[in-house]
Design a protein around this ligand. Structure first.
Ligand code: MG
Length: 368
């Protein structure tokens, strides 16, 4: 022990990271709001970078850029007449191979989907940064990389840059993958989370909760009927169809925290309420029954191949039909945006009404 250890000045309330900080809910937002955004916002915010750059005044531009403070699925940086959408995601899913997919497919779909729900459906390219643990099976890594290449091709993009690091045995668990992605869009094509308005219809592109329930079941060694599978897939084709068929006012990929988290975020950012009809929300039978056994609500766990959209009411049916035609067979109109109960999501259960709240704590660490 060192004599000059300043024990009397150690902070009594020193804080440490908990798993809840990674759950995508309130704890994570506090972490971002208190630690991350205040430090990066000045240089990282698209709105600021224009002022710090060539002095162009974009404050009068009708399409305001989306930067770090908005905490959307990606940032929107005006460039020339258009804009670049930029996003990044790290993937730590356990197990690395699961029913319906693997960490490689997840890493590509996750970033393609974050771009897509910003309105950027044609990703220019992705990066792939690998952090590997000494002793990891090379056959596993080959399989994961093949899966990444196949999923990128499926999404109409490629992986054009990357990095590889190896850490010692026990210093990292197996395979961690970071992917970033960029896409060009028309300036007015960006779809920020906050764009929804009272009267809009709420549409989900398919069954809810399949990824989270399949993952947890696989991890717990439950087999049930063998019908459980992750939905992990790129959604940019479905989003393209939706945007061509009507006015999409807001979109999210309901990943961590599921539909509950995505809709609460949209309601809060848009300063509106959302009302859902529970009976119209599609949930696959195996997911529903496994969810009951596990005590997990399929509306509060991750999807990795779905999108939740709000669209102008008159466009609801055309958009629904268009995304069904694009492969979203189980898509449904599940509710509407309201001017009531701002920032909250209300579910009509058929027997009464309840708030659909964001999951707190961390039921499912390493889900994506
Ligand atoms: Mg997202």
């Amino acid at each position: 022990m060192s004599d000059d250890t300043p024990t009397e000045t150690e902070p009594a309330d020193e804080a440490f990271i908990s798993l809840a900080h990674g759950a995508g809910g309130g704890a994570m937002r506090s972490l971002l709001d208190e630690l991350v955004v205040p430090r990066f916002a000045e240089n990282g915010d698209g709105a600021q970078s224009a002022e710090n750059g060539d002095g162009a005044d974009l404050s009068s531009d009708t399409s305001s850029p989306v930067g770090l403070p908005q905490l959307d699925d990606g940032a929107v940086h005006p460039v020339g007449d258009g804009a670049i959408v930029f996003t990044t995601d790290s993937h730590v899913v356990k197990p690395r191979f699961f029913p319906g997919g693997d960490i490689g497919r997840l890493a590509v779909a996750g970033t393609v989907n974050d771009l897509a729900v910003m309105g950027a459906t044609e990703p220019t390219a992705l990066s792939c940064s690998l952090i590997l643990e000494e002793g990891t099976s090379q056959a596993d890594i080959e399989q994961v990389l093949t899966s990444m290449a196949e999923t990128a091709a499926e999404a109409g993009t490629s992986i054009s840059t990357g990095d590889t690091k190896v850490m010692g045995n026990g210093e990292v668990d197996g395979i961690v993958i970071n992917t970033a992605g960029v896409a060009f869009i028309e300036r007015d094509q960006a779809v920020p989370d906050a764009g929804l308005e009272p009267g809009d219809a709420v549409i989900v592109s398919g069954t809810m909760g399949d990824h989270g329930i399949a993952l947890l079941s696989a991890r717990e060694g439950f087999d049930f009927t063998g019908d459980l599978a992750s939905d992990v897939a790129p959604v940019n084709g479905i989003v393209t169809a939706a945007m061509a068929a009507g006015t999409v006012t807001a979109m999210k990929d309901p990943t961590r925290g599921g539909l509950a988290n995505a809709l609460n975020e949209m309601a809060e950012k848009g300063e509106v309420g959302i009302e859902l009809d529970e009976a119209s929300i599609p949930i696959a039978a195996p997911t529903a029954s496994a969810g009951e056994v596990l005590g997990i609500d399929p509306l509060a766990v991750a999807n990795e191949g779905k999108v939740v959209l709000t669209v102008e009411q008159a466009d609801a049916e055309p958009v629904l039909q268009a995304i069904r035609d694009a492969g979203a067979d189980d898509a449904a109109i599940v509710g509407a945006v309201t001017a009531d109960h701002t920032g909250r999501v209300v579910v009509d259960t058929g027997f009464g009404r309840r708030y659909l709240t964001e999951p707190e704590g961390e039921a499912l660490p390493r889900i994506c």
